[in-house]
Design a protein. Structure first.
Ligand code: GTP
Ligand code: MG
Length: 506
């Protein structure tokens, strides 16, 4: 095994860089306003043994109202999942809401209603965010808690927007959002002091970028937001300052800044440089694209629709049978298919497939789906289980070998055998223990070090054995990057990122 090459891969994500986009099968048309991927109670608590979070009524209802739209023979568009990330109050929900408004999904009357509601809550400027922030707690506090979900289309692409929370208490929800995404929009506030707070240690800008990279978000659009703010006033100097500070950091997080990252200035609140390019009278120096154009053009790796079927389950509910939700990471699924729910090896049959609220006959990789199953009760499914092909089921293990990069340990903590943390891998949240450190890798030469390793510090690369109490379904990173990369967190902080390098043989 070439550890050196593997580590480079983990950092540079070369596994995801070899191809272009996926025109896909299922097709949408109806647009639905936001709904929520509810991952409540996930503030780093392992909830595997408890019931997974409930899905809001709105979602269950949505599944009912839809009609099959896949037989109209409409032109196929590719589908991309885009997660909005960045520090608290950077303007993620505002920008997401503005996108929906500009793409004609929210009418003026609704906006006026939100303006009034926001004013009544003394949060005048938050009305655009209300499009994405749909629950009362979020509106009162002005903070996203759950990942908001919405759909819109450009010329070439159907997008699912996942609006992640920026607050540090809700990083687990952000992880869940990012793990469903193909690309990310990193929102940075250009307002005086706000970029600084978000970017310094403790700010979520850095943590979100590192998590997004590890979770397989292949490309980033960095939108420098609030350019209209009076402390910014579309200043080129401010924009350049942010770009020049962010670039080296993005590079050190594993993004190829030339190929995988694009910066652009916007005002999410006013909607400038979003659907159409910013007027020269406002911003004479910007010659690049607007946000919709940039999203339209972004290219992502081709996924294999013929691979063995894998869909990690994020949630489930009862609705004329058992409905599971998740994103297809590999392969395709069609009505009538026989599948396995892993790790409990339950044989199930696919009764119906819903994609973006529409019933479809088949769906391919990258799609966020709801699948109605027969042959299993919803009580027998936990989030973190994986819907899997029968011929080639996903491995179920209680131990694996991994390569880790230690980011930042808690003060005075040492990383050694016996270290306990919370493992986040695809839709799994599970307590784990490092049972053995096998080898340290020299970060400079990237070669394995000869000396036996007993403990490591921040920044170290280390190969170790990781154990979990309950059986979980994971893959080797080399085989399925999305199902083989993970983060370790302790006390609400991400302390390491890693990838699965080996699984015990069955
Ligand atoms: P969290 O969900 O808590 O992480 O925040 P967020 O990133 O979703 O930010 P949100 O959209 O809630 O906006 C936070 C505040 O910034 C609100 O008062 C917005 O009106 C303001 N804001 C967002 N975008 C802009 C912008 O382009 N210009 C100005 N001037 N203010 C903005
Ligand atoms: Mg928000």
């Amino acid at each position: 095994m070439d550890i050196e090459a593997e580590i480079r891969e983990l950092q540079l994500d070369s596994a995801d860089n070899n191809g272009v986009i996926n025109p896909e099968d299922a097709k949408p048309e109806e647009v639905e306003m936001t709904d929520k991927v509810e991952v409540e109670g996930m503030k780093d608590e392992v909830h595997r043994n408890s019931q997974p979070a409930k899905v809001k009524d709105k979602e269950a209802a949505a599944v009912e109202d839809v009609e099959a739209l896949d037989e109209k023979g409409k032109e196929k568009k590719r589908h991309l999942n885009v997660v909005f990330i960045g520090h608290v109050d950077a303007g993620k929900s505002t920008t997401g809401g503005q996108i929906l408004f500009l793409s004609g999904q929210v009418d003026d009357r609704t906006i006026q209603k939100y303006e009034k509601e926001a004013k009544d809550k003394s949060r005048e400027s938050w009305y655009m965010a209300y499009i994405m922030d749909t629950n009362e707690e979020e509106r009162v506090k002005g903070k996203t808690v759950e990942v908001g979900r919405a759909h819109f289309e450009t010329e070439t692409t159907r997008f699912t927007i996942l609006d992640a929370p920026g607050h540090k208490s809700y990083v687990p929800n952000m992880i869940s959002g990012a793990s469903q995404a193909d690309i990310g929009v990193l929102v940075i506030s250009a307002r005086k002091g706000e970029f600084e707070t978000g970017y310094e240690r403790g700010g979520q800008t850095r943590e979100h970028v590192q998590l997004a990279k590890t979770l397989g978000v292949a490309k980033l659009l960095v939108v420098v937001n609030k350019m209209d703010d009076h402390t910014v006033n579309w200043s080129k100097e401010r924009y350049d300052e942010i770009e020049s500070k962010m670039s080296p950091f993005l590079k050190s997080s594993g993004y190829n800044v030339k190929k995988d990252v694009q910066f652009l200035p916007i005002s999410g609140l006013i909607g400038t440089n979003m659907k159409t390019r910013v007027d020269k009278s406002i911003c004479p120096w910007w010659n690049g694209p607007c946000l919709f154009e940039a999203l339209d053009r972004i290219e992502v790796p081709l996924r294999d629709p013929k691979g063995p079927f894998r869909m990690p389950i994020i949630d489930k509910f009862k609705d004329m049978g058992t409905v599971v939700m998740g994103k297809v990471e590999s392969g395709s699924v069609c009505e009538g298919d026989s599948l396995l729910v892993m790790p409990n090896k339950a044989q199930v049959k696919v009764v119906a497939v819903y994609c973006d609220e529409n019933k479809v006959r088949c769906a391919g990789p990258g799609e966020n789906l709801r699948i109605r199953l027969s042959g299993i009760e919803d009580e027998d499914i936990l989030s973190g289980f994986v819907l899997s092909s029968v011929a080639k089921p996903i491995p179920a293990v209680t131990e694996f070998t991994a390569q880790l990069q230690i980011l930042e340990l808690l003060e005075n903590a040492i990383f050694t055998a016996g270290y306990k943390a919370v493992l986040h891998i695809h839709s799994i949240v599970e307590e784990c223990e490092i049972v053995e450190l096998l080898q340290q890798i020299d970060p400079k030469t990237r070669k394995p070090m000869k000396k036996k390793v007993l403990f490591v510090k921040n920044g170290a690369f280390v190969v170790c054995r990781v154990q979990v109490e309950n059986t979980i379904c994971v893959e080797k990173f080399a085989d399925f990057p999305q199902l083989g990369r993970f983060t370790l967190r302790t006390e609400g902080k991400t302390i390491a990122v890693g990838k699965v390098t080996d699984l015990p043989s069955a």
